[in-house]
Design a protein around this ligand. Structure first.
Ligand code: SAM
Ligand code: GLN
Length: 287
């Protein structure tokens, strides 16, 4: 039997729903659009188009991979962040929607407080999602992004080339502030570090376990990297500079205390995500 795009979407999303796959319709549409090499909206313009036998077999294979808990973003090799498409490789953390809040906070602060040629560090850059979406809006910024993962750095560099930002972002390899030792101090330090408590990693859905553990494992209390970043960033920030960090569920109280310790920061600001979880913490380095 020959399937049309419309029939295939309906039957496959019903099937994924039965198999308790999250967002069955969206998943179906993304994978079908990928198979047919078209944008997702174009599916709607091609509803009555018959799907060829070879396309059907490619599509079935992609659906099988999703049913085996492979994230859609690894299957298609791309994801959306701050309204643009970024390439993603297996072995690299998949940017999350809540991280857009972190980026928006930084952008707002920069618009209000900074000169055009500010210096920004992005610690644990992954695909480069955070620094790329800032570089896109601030053409004169001096941006440095680091990671311990070579595959992440390769992916981030690839994304910077795809967006003609090669040369505008410097990618550095190493543990937290290690690669920044010889650099100018920063106006902004931004990070979405690993922050899931180690014990909780076991309880995560299988699909999250396909991502590298080193990207999300925040040690015993989840705060291993957050604590180090708060403590070490003060030596790398200009007076009045901004530190912006994404944190996990129930971490805002201990994180607040970490910021208050030693009185090196002021203007602490905690921002919830769309689910009301206190997700982003920002503060300025005291003068
Ligand atoms: N910034 C990206 C984003 O928001 O999509 C990735 C965030 S992911 C939660 C954390 C990143 O930190 C991973 O890419 C991981 O490889 C990196 N990382 C882990 N340990 C690190 C360390 N000691 N120093 C620097 N980066 C580290
Ligand atoms: N939000 C991610 C998750 O729930 C974790 C991100 C992180 O550790 N920075 O899997």
């Amino acid at each position: 039997m020959r399937w049309t795009v419309k029939e295939l979407i309906k039957t496959t999303s019903d099937y994924l729903r039965k198999k308790e796959i999250d967002e069955p319709r969206l998943t179906t549409e993304i994978l079908l659009a990928h198979t047919l090499n078209m944008k997702r909206v174009s599916l709607y313009l091609n509803f009555d188009k018959p799907v060829k036998e070879e396309e059907l077999s490619i599509f079935r294979n992609l659906i099988k991979r999703r049913l085996a808990d492979e994230p859609v973003q690894y299957i298609t090799g791309k994801t959306g962040f701050m309204g643009f498409e970024i390439e993603i490789k297996e072995g690299v953390f998949i940017p999350r929607q809540e991280t857009e809040i972190l980026v928006s906070e930084v952008k707002n602060w920069l618009n209000e407080n900074s000169s055009k040629d500010f210096v920004l560090y992005d610690i644990g850059t992954g695909t480069g999602a955070i620094c790329l979406s800032i570089a896109k809006f601030f053409k004169d910024a001096q941006i440095y992004a680091s990671d311990v993962s070579e595959v992440a750095l390769e992916c981030a560099k690839g994304n910077s080339i795809a967006y003609n930002m090669e040369g505008r972002i410097n990618f550095l390899s190493g543990d937290l502030f290690e690669p920044f030792k010889e650099l100018k101090k920063a106006d902004v330090i931004v990070s979405n570090p690993p922050y899931i408590p180690t014990e909780e990693l076991k309880t995560l859905p299988l699909i999250v376990k396909k991502e590298p553990a080193e990207a999300i494992d925040g040690g015993k209390d989840g705060l291993y990297f957050v604590e180090r970043i708060i403590r070490e960033a003060k030596d790398y920030l200009k007076p009045g500079g901004l530190l912006a960090i994404e944190i996990g569920i129930s971490e805002s109280e201990p994180v607040k205390k970490l910021f208050e310790m030693g009185s090196k920061y002021k203007d602490l600001n905690i921002v919830p995500d769309l689910r009301g979880i206190k997700r982003v913490v920002t503060a300025e380095r005291s003068k």
